[in-house]
Design a protein around this ligand. Structure first.
Ligand code: C2E
Ligand code: MG
Ligand code: MG
Ligand code: MG
Length: 286
């Protein structure tokens, strides 16, 4: 305890802490550099229907670090949120995603694909967020109906009324909403009837042991029953095995995302997938 350590404590000059602070600052500087230096890249992971046909993708951010290689968002999104860098980064993600949507719209086999974009709480709550979404859509010329914004429960934790009205404004543009990592947050379920959600995304932690853990199976069944009565779509994330897919399907889940269908990939590695006609029964094979 600080008090026990006395007045002459050297707490703040602890070498381990000093090192942590320095590496955090170095990371922040590098991330700022990444944004201007074109080191950020979107990967795309397919989302499929019950026939295995691609219905779109989720855009997932990667940082191509010159020395350290590919860095996953789990390692830099939290810092980006803390420092506010998530705002310009989020804007870049939205612009890049909308541009990709526009490209898909011009290709027959992927004209109706949707693209899901992750939105952090800080991004959603900035005053001009609605304007930013509208500008990205305008600049790209993408169809707003194809854009889906993924929120987490942390976004709706406070100010439910304000969140609902902001979501309504964005929905008025034609854009849809999905609740990501559903079931892992601490929010009250009452937000489900107040917010204009189009989709719930079952978190991969419930999917993982779905076929063997009765609790996970029960939670997933409850999510599916609830969303059905609320008229909200459900997609399962983290589907890795045929067993998981079959269980989900048998319980009324018709949309899937996971390694079973394809890992997140740069768009130029999507040639196999994009050669599949939208309504063929062929599986996406990435
Ligand atoms: P998320 O939105 O819940 O994305 C799903 C994560 O699960 C992704 O991790 C994806 O690669 C991974 N995943 C997909 N299928 C499987 C599977 O079958 N098995 C396993 N084990 N994992 C699977 P990723 O790409 O590392 O992203 C992690 C998180 O970072 C995302 O979770 C999201 O919260 C955040 N994130 C990613 N891109 C962005 C972004 O552009 N903006 C913001 N604000 N957050 C982002
Ligand atoms: Mg997501
Ligand atoms: Mg998720
Ligand atoms: Mg997640």
């Amino acid at each position: 305890q600080a008090k026990d350590a006395g007045r002459n404590t050297t707490r703040f000059f602890n070498p381990a802490m000093q090192a942590a602070i320095e590496s955090r600052m170095a990371l922040e500087t590098a991330l700022r550099q990444a944004l201007v230096g074109d080191e950020l890249q979107l990967f795309y992971q397919p989302q499929v229907d019950q026939d295995g046909c691609c219905i779109g993708a989720e855009a997932l951010l990667r940082w191509r670090h010159a020395r350290d290689g590919l860095i996953s968002p789990a390692e830099f999104i939290p810092l980006a949120e803390e420092t506010g860098l998530i705002l310009p980064i989020g804007q870049w993600v939205m612009d890049t995603a909308c541009a990709q949507l526009k490209i898909w719209e011009t290709q027959a086999h992927c004209r109706s694909w949707q693209l899901a974009v992750n939105i952090s709480a800080r991004q959603f709550h900035q005053p001009d967020f609605v304007t930013q979404v509208r500008s990205s859509l305008d600049r790209s010329g993408a169809n707003p109906q194809r854009l889906k914004l993924e929120l987490t429960e942390s976004v709706v934790l406070e100010n439910a009324a304000e969140v609902a009205s902001r979501m309504q404004q964005i929905k008025a543009l034609g854009v849809g909403f999905s609740m990501d990592d559903f079931g892992t947050g601490y929010s009250s379920l009452s937000y489900l009837k107040r917010l204009p959600l189009d989709q719930l995304k079952i978190d991969q932690s419930f999917v993982r042991d779905i076929a063997t853990d009765p609790n996970d199976a029960a939670i997933v069944r409850a999510i599916l029953a609830m969303s059905q009565s609320l008229g909200i779509d459900v997609i399962a994330e983290g589907v890795e095995t045929e067993e998981q897919r079959a269980f989900l399907h048998a319980n009324g889940c018709h949309l899937f995302q996971g390694y079973l269908f394809g890992k997140p990939r740069p768009i130029n590695e999507w040639t196999l997938c994009t050669s599949i006609p939208a309504h063929s029964a062929q599986r996406v094979n990435l």
